[in-house]
Design a binder for this molecule. Structure first.
Ligand code: NAD
Length: 378
């Protein structure tokens, strides 16, 4: 099948997540990277394009130039979808420009800087009838998808408690270490990162995972945040209490970027009246089913007992572990199906609506803390 022509903004030499996007788009085998604006510095962008084997005339000086240059090409040759893998403050203006000009978008999270921007993108996607996918990476794991399907089947009974946490420790070395610095890192600059560091960067993944796996909406939050160090403008740690539609269901999100020794410790546990499910991203191929009457069951990918959705999200036979690249590839696969007008399972890629929800969460959490730890509706 003809590959979808992909463009990329950001992701040049030394950038973090752009490389994972490129690998994922190749793993899913539906995309071909043909051009982009790979770096804020045009010379470095050209150096990257040369290394990657991308035609020099398709390495553009700006996103505006890319849109113009690609639209001037005959249909069938031009870029159809663009991955935005830049710092947060650029997601909205670039996504808006791309959608207005008919390009499908794969956007990194957090989707925008404000709730208003997120809602504007949602309106635009709906009007233009284009595909917009948001890289909430963890939704691409087979056992997260299995968890979603099992919860949907009602196997847990009534859900009574939800716990999600995302703990990292990498910020410690930056704020306390020998090269201690709180400037020069875009993630710590509110103008580039947004109103939150910890909740905006990783807490939002935990939020998304709760809504993704349970299908429930978080209605209200009450937060306590910690910036750890004098002069640090954004949160580096926080706890968020959660309320849902059902007043007898409670939950919590704990998120931290200074949890010494932690790497990417994202976990979710959903406790029901009959059974519970637990998953953690550092061992993503194990999904734990707990009950009070039977021994713990461990579900793994590529077994007939899984749902069709989980099975379609793992390509190797059982026992050959797949990981984060394949998870992102599954999101690209869902996006490709949507672009091609093929049938896909809801949940194959996070949507612009998930992005709106995420922005509502981040802003509600910050507001709750600033107003003295009060309940805020999303
Ligand atoms: N989904 C995930 O799990 C995940 C993981 C890491 C990062 N992210 C998100 O991905 C985004 C990028 O993060 P990162 O860690 O890769 O950042 P990074 O700093 O490593 O890379 C950013 C890239 O954007 C480029 N850039 C900056 N301004 C630009 C402009 N005007 N035009 C073109 N390119 C420009 C930079 O040159 C660089 O190549 C962030 O929004 C972050 O939140 C998501």
């Amino acid at each position: 099948m003809k590959k979808i022509k992909l463009g990329m903004i950001g992701g040049g030499i030394g950038a973090f997540i752009g490389d994972a996007h490129r690998r994922a788009s190749r793993i899913c085998n539906d995309f071909e990277l043909v051009g982009g604006v790979f770096d804020v510095d045009y010379e470095k962008s050209k150096e990257f394009a040369k290394k990657e084997g991308i035609a020099s005339e398709r390495c553009y000086i700006s996103v505006e130039a890319m849109v113009k240059g690609e639209l001037a090409r005959p249909e069938g040759e031009r870029i159809e979808a663009v991955s935005i893998v830049t710092p947060n403050y650029l997601h909205f203006p670039f996504a808006k420009l791309l959608l207005e000009n008919g390009f499908h978008v794969m956007c990194e999270k957090p989707m925008t800087m404000t709730v208003q921007e997120a809602e504007e993108l949602e309106r635009l996607v709906n009007t233009k009838k284009l595909t917009f996918a948001l890289t909430h990476t963890y939704t691409g794991y087979p056992m997260v998808r299995q968890m979603r399907e099992m919860i949907k089947s009602g196997i847990l009974g009534t859900i009574q408690r939800i716990d999600a946490q995302y703990y990292q420790g990498w910020v410690n070395s930056i704020i306390h270490g020998a090269d201690s610095r709180i400037t020069g890192v875009w993630r710590f600059d509110p103008a580039q990162s947004g109103v939150s560091s910890c909740m905006g960067d990783i807490g939002v993944h935990a939020f998304n995972l709760i809504e993704y796996t349970t299908g429930l909406e978080i209605k209200q939050v009450l937060s306590d945040l910690n910036n750890i160090k004098e002069g640090f403008q954004l949160d580096l740690d926080g706890t968020v209490l959660l309320r849902f539609e059902n007043p007898k269901l409670k939950g919590v999100i704990r998120s931290c970027q200074v949890a010494t020794g932690e790497e990417n410790n994202l976990t979710i546990a959903v406790y029901g009246s009959k059974a519970s499910l637990k998953w953690g991203q550092e061992n993503p191929n194990y999904l734990y089913l707990l009950s009070d009457t039977e021994p713990v069951k461990v579900l793994k990918p590529a077994h007939g007992y899984n749902s069709e959705f989980a099975e379609k999200s793992h390509t190797m036979p059982c026992g050959h572990p797949e990981g984060i690249y394949e998870a992102i590839a599954n999101i690209y696969k869902g996006m490709a199906k949507s672009i091609r007008g093929e049938a896909f399972i809801p949940g194959e890629f996070p949507t612009v609506h998930d992005g709106v929800r995420g922005m509502k969460f981040i802003h509600a959490v910050v507001k709750s803390y600033k107003e003295g730890n009060v309940w805020i509706s999303l």
